[in-house]
Design a protein around this ligand. Structure first.
Ligand code: KIV
Ligand code: ZN
Length: 504
């Protein structure tokens, strides 16, 4: 199996993207974590760009030991001098120089002829090689460079001392079949290509950075330049976690491996997200919140039967875990399993009612969290009174509004005798209280509190009532429901039964 070198440019290309700037301490923390992740090369920054960049590269070079530490430089003496100054303290330093080779960049950006470009590329590769034996050369915008010219310049820089030649798809224009062929042709046409490693650096403007990098590996590339969470200029770079997990998941077919410590992937991704302020999209492959989350009933049932039914990677491998999201698509299997896991002993009838309530609740709130689920279970198991209760409720009808008198009509089952009570009140809750007062006259309220358990108007209401019976003895009841008024009804029901029990 061939080893693929992982060159991480989160701290250079990644940090260059709008809004991703990191302070020195953040960069050092990320670099230390990249060392834990065991990347082969850390491109720590662009030392000429600013004093801060220089200091960060230098600090990383001094502290981070295991990976090679690279700095970026244009083909300009002062850039290379500054870059060397920044990385020279590293155990394994690398100078990475670049010069554009596509017609549009040469003519309009650099205003140089192809001959001048070759001359400068050779001159500055030699200049960098005088400092450091590890020199990478990038013909910027290589994917829009004429192939003959690309082969020529690659051969010349290897001759001049480049140990790695990087073929960037700077503007994310390439498509996998064509980019793969480009790498193959370099291998076939550049005579001294065996004296250097071939690297690829793909941007994601068309969403193809990972696919192009993979095509390059299949055609002989040795090194992948990538970033954590795929951050980078414009639409970003090839995402490290995606390419590494492709190579791991399909290693038998691809016949390659990396030295990445997979169980550090998730942690690294979180750290980079926190350090840069770049939020990871929920459905991002490998590290997104939904990457190993299952809500659909059929999928949840499949996962419970055999995880590989719907998971091609073990989430534990990357430091993540599967989550069963309880929502409107969840079925009995998953909800039952979650409740069992949480220690509830629920019968089949109650489970059916809970599933119905979960779906109704999720229709409004999307996801039912642990607290919601707990409240639903509570209200379902207490819905029509507990076992042994004297008073049960068959039906509740509440009316309220600005132009009518609030009323409550409740069909009670009192020790097997059906009674329908209708009462009015100052508001719907007062109407409910008055309806209960007809069957249990001693229900005096000492304290009354309504609160939302989840922080949203779609959450679950919790009603706590402290009652005082005719002996002035106080006791409290708590009830929860999706519906605030129904939560009150349940609280009154509990109170009524408690008073009747005590009277007995
Ligand atoms: O995208 C690019 O071409 C680069 C080079 C400096 C390698 O980032
Ligand atoms: Zn780039």
């Amino acid at each position: 199996m061939k080893k693929i070198i992982i060159f991480d440019t989160t701290l250079r290309d990644g940090e260059q993207s709008p809004g991703c700037t990191m302070a020195l301490e953040d960069k050092l923390r990320v670099a230390r974590q990249l060392e834990e992740l065991n990347v082969d090369v850390i491109e720590a920054g662009f030392p000429i760009a600013s004093q801060g960049d220089f200091e960060a590269v230098n600090a990383i070079a001094k502290e981070v030991q295991r990976p090679q530490i690279a700095g970026l430089a244009r083909c300009v003496e002062k850039d290379i001098d500054r870059c060397w100054e920044a990385v020279r303290d590293a155990k394994k330093p690398r100078i990475h120089i670049f010069l554009a080779t596509s017609p549009i960049h040469m003519q309009y950006k650099l205003k140089k002829t192809p001959e001048e470009i070759i001359r400068d590329a050779v001159k500055y590769t030699k200049y960098a090689a005088n400092y450091c034996e590890n020199v990478e050369f990038s013909p910027e915008d290589a994917s829009r460079t004429k192939s003959e010219f690309l082969h020529q310049i690659v051969e010349k820089v290897i001759e001049a001392g480049a140990t790695t030649v990087n073929i960037p798809d700077t503007v994310g224009y390439a498509i996998p079949s064509e980019y793969g062929k480009m790498i193959r042709r370099i291998k076939e046409n550049v005579l001294n290509i065996n004296q250097a490693k071939i690297s690829v650096h793909c941007h994601n403007d068309l969403g193809l950075a990972v696919a192009n990098s993979l095509a390059a590996i299949e055609n002989g590339a040795d090194q992948i330049e990538c970033t954590i969470n795929g951050i980078g200029e414009r639409a970003g770079n090839c995402s490290l976690e995606e390419i590494v997990m492709i190579l791991d998941t399909r290693k038998k077919d691809l016949n390659v491996y990396t030295d990445i410590v997979l169980n550090q992937i998730y942690l690294t991704s979180r750290l980079v997200s926190i350090s840069t302020g770049m939020i990871i999209q929920r459905n991002k492959a490998i590290v997104g919140e939904n990457a190993f989350a299952h809500e659909a009933g059929i999928h949840q049932h499949g996962i419970l039967s055999h995880p590989m039914a719907y998971e091609i990677m073990d989430p534990i491998k990357i430091g993540q875990k599967s989550v069963m999201v309880i929502g409107k698509h969840s079925g009995k299997h998953a909800i039952g399993a979650e409740l069992k896991k949480a220690g509830y002993d629920i019968n089949e009838k109650q489970l059916t009612a809970i599933v119905e309530m979960v779906k109704a609740h999720a229709d409004r709130k999307k996801i039912v969290d642990e607290e919601d689920l707990r409240a639903i279970v509570k209200s379902v198991t207490n819905l029509s009174g507990e076992k042994g209760d004297v008073v049960k409720i068959d039906d509740v009808h509440i009316l309220t509004g600005n132009k009518l008198i609030p009323s409550a009509t409740i069909k009670f089952d009192i020790a097997g005798i059906k009674r329908t009570i209708a009462a009015v009140g100052n508001g719907p809750i007062d109407a409910v209280a008055n309806a209960f007062a007809v069957i249990v006259p001693d229900m005096n309220i000492a304290e009354f509190e309504v609160k939302a358990i989840s922080a949203s108007s779609k959450g679950i209401a919790q009603v706590s009532i402290t009652f005082k019976d005719k002996m002035k003895k106080q006791f409290a009841v708590v009830a929860t429901n999706d519906d605030t008024i129904l939560a009150c009804v349940h609280a009154f029901l509990k109170g009524a039964n408690r008073i009747l029990r005590e009277q007995e």
